[in-house]
Design a protein around this ligand. Structure first.
Ligand SMILES: [Mg+2]
Length: 226
């Protein structure tokens, strides 16, 4: 079971700088939740002669060289993702209505952005882009499953609701195990990947719409203070 100690020293150090208070908290992923990811990655891959073999929610083992149909090795897939972030981190587009719904929810809860972003030097570019899109909330970079980071972010918020939003099954399952009291929202902006994604256990809401997600979380937060 992940614990706080499974988060990296860098992640825990970033979390230590975030104000802790007895107040509800929304922890929000970036890629495919606040910023478009799959469509950008597909364009970047196409420019490099690579495409997805099928619409399936995994990146590794799903990339092929478009002309030959040959699969990329795991290392080659990771290199594509690394190069994508190096090139595109400052250019991704916002998911529709994400900023306005976070603004609405920020009146009821604290918001922390928790993102698995390769390359620590990419953090300022991501922060600047999100700020320019109206989503300038505290941002923590993480590496691997997010259960440890979420457990650390939950400290000192006992008896207050915590909500976690992510597209990655690995992260949803990790947080469900480490902090079972956290409400899980499985959000996938891309409609094709949303349609083919598996239903995960203990998810309070599965959505690809920020208006629906904003309504759902507001109801949770309002119900918690009654
Ligand atoms: Mg994501």
């Amino acid at each position: 079971m992940p614990t706080i100690s499974t988060a990296s020293a860098s992640t825990l150090q970033q979390i230590s700088l975030i104000e802790k208070r007895a107040h509800p908290l929304l922890i929000c992923d970036v890629d495919e939740v606040l910023l478009q990811f799959i469509p950008h990655l597909e364009r970047f891959m196409a420019d490099n002669g690579i495409s997805f073999k099928e619409t399936a929610y995994r990146l590794k083992a799903n990339m092929v060289y478009t002309q030959s149909g040959e699969k990329l090795s795991d290392d080659a897939c990771m290199a594509v993702i690394h190069d994508f972030f190096e090139s595109e981190v400052g250019r991704q587009e916002a998911v529709p209505h994400a900023a306005e719904q976070l603004e609405r929810l920020s009146k009821l809860c604290d918001i922390v952005i928790l993102t698995n972003l390769p390359g620590t030097h990419n953090k300022p570019a991501r922060e600047n882009l999100l700020k320019s899109l109206g989503m300038g909330y505290p941002l923590v970079t993480n590496d691997g499953p997010k259960g440890g980071a979420v457990a650390a972010l939950c400290a000192e918020r006992a008896h207050h609701p915590v909500i976690f939003i992510d597209d990655s099954p690995t992260n949803i399952l990790s947080v469900g195990k480490s902090t079972p009291h956290v409400q899980l929202v499985h959000f996938i902006a891309d409609p094709r990947f949303y349609a083919t994604s598996s239903d995960l256990p203990n998810v309070a809401l599965k959505s690809n719409c920020w208006k629906e997600t904003g309504d759902f979380i507001e109801n949770l937060l309002v119900a918690a203070v009654k």
